[in-house]
Write a protein that binds this ligand. Structure first.
Ligand code: NDP
Length: 342
């Protein structure tokens, strides 16, 4: 009988970490998930997994905590999903973003190098490392790095370290250059979830909606959702599809970086239309662009050309923007009802 594999997911409470944990459990792994220590210890995305996975406290700014996990579990695979992951917050917290999102992965690589050197490592890279590239419609693994915001620059540093650890120490480290991916577990800081939660609140006539990252109700007193640049374009896929690509990368003989996207591009307006259409309402009556939510620099329009992943991993996206928005709106309607939000 084959020995049970052990995987460590750093940042298991994240959208991706929680779906990845489910996938690895299905595949028979022993799953160790790291969470940041907190007093509340409430992690909505993984409440249903408690008892099925092992939880350990570790922080990307605490080398010792990462070392301890590697020493204790000697994992076969390590997935670093954790980051200060909100590009919008990176302008107001550039130092913290650098500490966590740029240096944090290097701490994971060091912990593996010293204490679990046989482990294969996945690092969550982002399409934001290509943020400002001009004149490229479809990005692939050869597109030159050109990050243009503090989050993207932090991710670009970590991305370059992947190759450094491969070349310098012969480590098996893969970078997933992932385009935007969403789900009902996406945090309320992100535009797709602002739309889906806003639509759900408006549809149900909620009087006390959840609050956004500015601490303001997600739907204002006039029944409007506040967003940034409505013309910004994104390649949106489904988180549940994307975690399969992460796992596949670590099943290969050689470590490599892969672009993961849907090769489609839609505007924020398109996403609003898909979500409001789903509940039979007109998006233009309920959405406004709020200057305070504009990014100081936007990323350029680009689609994720996933042909290498298709060829070598046999991976393809299954869910595209319209269906994704419908899944999210339905889930938020259910969430509001089950949490008795009025
Ligand atoms: P989330 O925003 O859902 O989660 C981020 C995770 O990082 C949370 O588990 C959070 O813990 C954890 N975290 C934050 N700071 C620290 C720290 N100092 N130490 C340890 N853990 C920490 O992420 P997603 O699932 O959306 O994304 C997963 C990864 O992929 C991230 O690295 C993100 O930057 C990257 N990415 C995401 C894309 C997307 O569209 N979703 C696109 C491309 C890349 P806590 O629960 O305690 O806050």
């Amino acid at each position: 009988m084959e020995k049970q594999k052990t995987a460590v997911i750093v940042g298991v409470s994240s959208q991706d970490g929680s779906y990845l944990a489910e996938l690895l459990l299905e595949k028979g792994y022993k799953v160790v998930g790291s969470i940041r220590r907190s007093t509340a210890m409430v992690h909505e995305n993984i409440e249903h997994l408690k008892g099925k996975i092992i939880l350990e406290a570790a922080d990307l700014i605490d080398q010792e905590s990462l070392n301890r996990v590697m020493i204790k579990y000697q994992p076969d695979e390590v997935y670093n999903i954790a980051a200060q992951s909100v590009p919008g917050d990176a302008w107001s917290h550039p130092f913290y973003t650098g500490e966590v999102t740029a240096l944090g992965p290097v701490r994971v690589f060091e912990a593996v190098r010293h204490f679990a050197p046989h482990a294969k490592v996945y690092q969550a890279t982002s399409r934001e490392i290509l943020g400002g590239v001009k004149g490229v419609d479809r990005a692939n693994e050869s597109t030159p790095l050109f990050a243009n915001n503090p989050y993207g620059i932090a991710k670009a540093y970590a991305h370059m370290m992947i190759n450094c650890y491969r070349e310098s120490y012969g480590m098996f480290v893969c970078g997933g250059i992932l385009f935007n991916h969403e789900s009902p577990r996406r945090s309320l800081h992100f535009v797709t979830r602002k739309i889906s939660m806003g639509v759900a609140c408006i549809k149900l006539g909620i009087q006390n909606p959840p609050v956004n990252e500015l601490g303001e109700p997600m739907v204002d007193a006039q029944g409007r959702i506040h967003l940034g640049d409505l013309n910004a374009m994104r390649d949106w896929g489904y988180s549940k599809d994307y975690v399969e690509a992460m796992w596949l990368m670590l099943q290969q003989e050689k470590p490599k970086d892969y672009v993961i996207g849907t090769d489609t591009n839609y505007s924020i307006k398109d996403a609003c239309k898909a979500a409001f259409d789903h509940v039979g309402m007109n998006w233009e009556d309920h959405v406004m662009s709020n200057e305070r939510l504009l990014r100081p620099t936007e990323i350029t329009d680009m689609r994720g050309d996933y042909s290498l992943a298709k060829k070598e991993l046999g991976w393809e996206p299954k869910v595209f923007m319209k269906e994704l928005m419908e899944i999210m709106v339905d889930a938020d309607i259910e969430w509001l009802k089950s949490h008795n939000v009025k």
